[in-house]
Write a protein that binds this ligand. Structure first.
Ligand code: PEP
Ligand code: MG
Length: 563
């Protein structure tokens, strides 16, 4: 059995597919038979074109035109005569071997694109990189795995899986195992959004597990069973069926209000990372979107998305949600979320460093296009804007000032936006939690980010496996702080939401309800489970129970009292 972090719940069974990070090697030396090298290149080119066309077709069919577009760009790029001529000319003229010729021409094109003023063209550098890697792999016979075209139930095993790979997964992928990452890493967050059982941070998983092994992923307990006995396999299958039945029975709650036995109504909203998640939001009957983590739309590219591109994305999301609210959080970069093109210098403690609003306030050239896009999209639905990693009043005032500047610009340009846009902040830094009563005077809503709040309150790095047992959502200090934030928001008459992981912890639903929390935001797949808890609960009883819990001195006692 292998052990890692329980990143996304559920049981997955399947044959392992291990994605090895096998890199093509570039052959140095002189081509003695240039015609042969050109033929090798042309064969690899044709194979690559066929692969891209196949990928295009299957992504188009399964995931829609939006996602398939990238492969159209790749096809244009790979056939571009400027690139193909450059490669063939360097084989013939300079006697380069095919791999060296492809790599050299590819690198030149990448630098050329990266130096362009036009943002769109700069982004094409990634496409060149992608297509030249594909040709290089084909030149060396390294099979590339088409994740959209799997035929049997598959557990994907890799060092890490990129957000773009996650976005093109075949429905045959039943589970995920990665070597790096924590419960709050991108892969984990995306897996929860896609409702795929996942265990992350499994040391040497890609070295231990072999392609073809039968694998069971227990996403609730962070365990992986390799080639289990028939009896064990049947037991896991039974567990999986039970979970599927439970899920099916939860479907009866679709369309029902999230209301306690004594008529307290709460809002159960969804956390998303991309417009692709909307299907799951609607399927699970969310009352809105409580957190759109916009940093994901900045990933896997060579430059930030333009104002126009962001406007289109935000507009499409709020339009799909109709009258339901959509809370869109501004860029939360830094910490474990790196965007190389933003050139954030190396930091010893990135979670305590230039992250989120701190970066944005120093970089209006990145912040303003996002705010302008959000303002412009606000007329198409019920859009709320939220600033992450606020530590005090000054940052709120500074962020609001930039927003005001954007409003003035848009007014001068005659572009419409909503005057009554709701502005809120994440409460995820202890200083903000302690100052909640003061901050409440400046914003329309709070959303408690418990994942960060716990790490900062308890001084436990959310990514550090060695101290994971100290990362405790039941810690009395964390619960007291949360209670105070909710009370401060209530006194000021503003909405208090929670969008961190605690909102989907069903053991804590009663306590949070008792503290007075009205808005819970979580991975879409958890919504119906929490709705069930809410409908079984009584608000007046929850209030009494929550006070009792606060009298206990340790997280362990609290957790025990709740199970
Ligand atoms: C949190 O910290 O709880 C949160 C919701 O933000 P993120 O996980 O994106 O840091
Ligand atoms: Mg956070």
């Amino acid at each position: 059995m292998l052990v890692g972090k329980n990143a996304s719940g559920g049981i997955a069974l399947g044959r392992a597919l291990v994605l090895s990070p096998q890199e093509p090697t570039i052959e140095e030396g002189r081509a003695l038979d240039v015609d042969r090298e050109v033929r090798r290149y042309r064969t690899a080119l044709e194979k690559s074109k066929a692969e891209i066309s196949r990928l295009h077709g299957s992504v188009l069919e399964k995931l829609g035109a939006d996602k398939a577009q990238i492969f159209e760009a790749h096809l244009l790029m790979i056939e571009d005569p400027e690139l193909t001529d450059a490669i063939e000319n360097s084989i013939r003229g300079e006697h380069l071997l095919a791999t060296k010729a492809v790599k050299t021409a590819g690198d030149q094109f990448v630098s050329l694109f990266q130096a362009m003023d036009d943002e769109y063209l700069r982004e094409r550098a990634l496409d060149v990189q992608d297509v030249t890697q594909r040709v290089l792999r084909n030149l060396q016979g390294i099979e590339s795995v088409d994740l959209t075209a799997l035929t049997e139930e598959t557990v994907l095993v890799a060092h890490d899986i990129t957000p773009s790979q996650m976005a093109t997964l075949s429905p045959k992928v039943t589970g995920i195992v990665t070597e790096i990452g924590g419960k709050t890493s991108h892969t984990a967050i995306m897996a929860r959004t896609l409702d795929l059982p996942a265990v992350v941070g499994v040391k040497n998983a890609a070295g231990t597990i072999r392609t073809g092994d039968v694998v069971v992923v227990d996403g609730d307990h962070g365990k992986i069973f390799l080639n289990p006995s028939d009896a064990d396999l049947r037991a896991h299958e039974k567990q999986r069926e039970d979970l599927a039945l439970q899920k099916k029975s939860l479907r009866a709650l679709v369309g029902l209000p999230s209301v306690t036995r004594d008529h307290r109504t709460v809002h159960l909203e969804a956390n998303i990372a991309s417009p692709l998640d909307l299907q799951s939001v609607l399927h699970n009957d969310a009352d809105g979107i409580g957190l759109f983590r916009t940093e994901f739309i900045y990933m896997d590219r060579t430059a930030a998305p333009s104002e126009e591109e962001q406007f289109q994305i935000y507009r499409s999301v709020v339009e799909k949600l109709g009258s339901k609210p959509t809370v869109i959080r501004t860029l939360d970069v830094g910490g474990d979320k790196h965007l190389p093109y933003l050139n954030i210098p190396h930091e010893e403690n990135p979670f305590l460093g230039l992250r989120a609003i701190r970066y944005c306030l120093k970089h209006p050239e990145v912040f303003k296009p996002q705010l302008r896009a959000l303002l412009r999209a606000s007329v198409f639905g019920d859009l709320w804007v939220m600033f992450p990693m606020i530590s005090g009043v000054d940052e709120v005032l500074a962020a609001k000032a930039v927003l005001e500047e954007c409003r003035r610009e848009l007014t001068a340009e005659g572009k419409p936006f909503r005057a009554d846009l709701r502005i809120g902040i994440m409460i995820e830094i202890p200083s903000a939690a302690l100052l909640a009563d003061v901050l409440a005077a400046h914003v329309d809503f709070f959303s408690i980010g418990t994942t960060d709040l716990i790490q900062y309150v308890c001084a436990v790095d959310r990514m550090n496996e060695a101290i994971h047992d100290l990362y405790d959502p039941f810690h009395p200090a964390v619960l007291r702080l949360i209670r105070n934030v909710i009370a401060a928001g209530e006194r000021a008459g503003i909405t208090v939401a929670m969008c961190g992981e605690m909102a989907s912890n069903s053991k804590l639903t009663g306590v949070l309800l008792g503290f007075g929390l009205t808005h819970f935001s979580m991975a879409p797949a958890s919504i119906l489970k929490i709705r069930k808890k809410i409908r079984e609960a009584s608000f007046s009883e929850a209030k009494v129970a929550a006070e009792r819990v606060l009298a206990l001195g340790t997280g362990r006692e609290i957790e025990k009292s709740l199970s």
